[in-house]
Design a protein around this ligand. Sequence first.
Ligand SMILES: [Zn+2]
Length: 288
Amino acid sequence: MPVQCVRCQSEGRVSSNFVRDGFFYRTSDSTKVQRFRCALCRARFSRATSHSCFRQKKRQKNELLRRLLCSGVSLRRSAIILRLTRVTVSRKLFFLSRMAKIQLHARHSRLPLAQVVEFDDLETFEHSIAKPLSVTLAVESGSRRILAIAVSSMPLRPSRAHLYPRRPDQRSLGRKSLLKELMSLTSPKNLVIKSDSNPHYTNDIGQHFPYAIHKRFLGKRGALTGQGELKKLRFDPLFSLNHTCAMLRANINRLFRKTWCTTKRKDRLLAHLLIYANYHNQNLTQPL
Ligand SMILES: [Zn+2]
């Protein structure tokens, strides 16, 4: 197996550029790890130095934590179940989201480009109801594969706006970055984009996808009290998207309706969503 020096980046087999230099035993996953010395720059390193889990002491808990976070368990409860501190779980949230982003891209590149995309916003908040957030989501129709996610802050509804300080509306920025990301994941020919009748979507979709067919549908009432996503319709034209939003609400603790557990920071909501999106595409859906 070829080795790469962490300092001078030279690559090669052990006999040519590198000398074996003992090993160490990693207790967290009971592994013997080989150390090397570079013959060119004399740097000493091991197979663990360039690993994505470098310096993690609880790497064996990563996969279980990932599954718990995608199955409606909160960060604090995960810490209790896995016997970790809250700080470790919080750090692992960012680590898992970085890994999820890489895996999401790798999976998208293996699958064919999406032909029909459904697109909408989901509302939640950070810290308090006075600070609403918008989660913009693009889903492949039929397979329910999550293609892109963006989180942006939004102002309060007019009926409450006078009670709290003004809040910037970043939904347009979030939507544009999502559409930009979507350009590399969708078919350039015969693309169909479905959305509700939000008037802001038309311009943005027209700018980024001038040759796509944009189908707009009227928003409908939720099927159950307090459940806005699954619609009370015999045929829902945005079923893949609404079903995925309902799954986000069912599987991400901070998005549950009527919950104690709320988002405190926007970047952590995005990190949690990315981890879920990767799990959803890998384990909960089938490619078309
Ligand atoms: Zn070197």
